[in-house]
Design a protein around this ligand. Sequence first.
Ligand SMILES: Nc1ncnc2c1ncn2[C@@H]1O[C@H](COP(=O)(O)OP(=O)(O)OP(=O)(O)O)[C@@H](O)[C@H]1O
Ligand SMILES: [Mg+2]
Length: 313
Amino acid sequence: MAVIVCPKCAKKHKVNVEAFKENTPSGKTLAARCKSCGNRFPVRIDYLLAQDNIKQGGKQSRARKICITLSKGGVGKTTTSVNLAAGLALAGHKVLLVDTDTQGQSSYILGKKPKAGLTELLTKELAPEETIVRARKNLWLLGGGKSLAGVKRIIDRKSFGAEWTLSEVMTELDHKYDFILIDTSPGWDQLIVNVLFYATEVLVPVALEAMPLHGLSEFMKSLGSIQKYRKEIELKYIVPTFLDTRVKGPQTIFSELKRLYPNFVCEPIRYSESLSEAPSYGKTIFEYAPGCTASADYRSLVKRVTQDEKALP
Ligand SMILES: Nc1ncnc2c1ncn2[C@@H]1O[C@H](COP(=O)(O)OP(=O)(O)OP(=O)(O)O)[C@@H](O)[C@H]1O
Ligand SMILES: [Mg+2]
């Protein structure tokens, strides 16, 4: 089942996708007619299939889709996306890391310069397999970068269904992976809304520095407004980052976080120079400093996410 909204009168209509799933090729556009106002408008079949796939819990897709997001900048979203993705890959899972940020940092950290990425996938300039690069054993990358700014404008101009644009293009890909991790940019824009309409789990990194709880509660409100339309998305993990064990302040904030969100708070990622050094060598923390505290902390996060104590000994 999928829902389409008439672009003229905003009436919502349920569509039984099963009726034409088998016979209609993807990429095709169907002509819809609003039963309420009579308006005729085009509906892309991929748009309906993406909704249907997600509503069924992604039956064809075995991938867990985890987005790493918080509007506040510099809290460790990219560092966590890359190192969690690398850790899951080392633990033997097939992982796709999707960078939805114009900064394109994920490719840089992994030491890759992909010629194409999410932009070409979203604009359908290239076939999906041509937009993905293999970054490590078990780890693939769908790179972000500056060109995503233009794509955001295209999404903004869509008259309806804009929030499903990412889901539409990802449906063809996601059955190939065990985990799809999606890094987001700071702030709040149409691409982040798209990510929240595609992913099913949210991981929020919270820097244990000044005023982290304010940023978190603001984000919870935004997530709540998405959940009204997208029931499948849920907060799963709050990952405290930049824990400086030498001073008392961050420990106090960590305790407060645990009190407020006992079910979601994970073991913290400690402050570590190695984490800020590793990107300039194009290395993950497991490659650059496998024995450091941050490497141990990201291994714990892999265990928590996979619920496997034996993952990454
Ligand atoms: N635990 C840590 N200890 C020390 N430095 C860290 C830690 N985590 C991240 N960093 C460094 O802090 C900076 C910001 O981290 P990162 O880029 O992951 O944040 P972000 O949330 O993705 O930022 P943005 O919002 O700009 O995308 C980077 O230089 C990174 O190397
Ligand atoms: Mg980032």
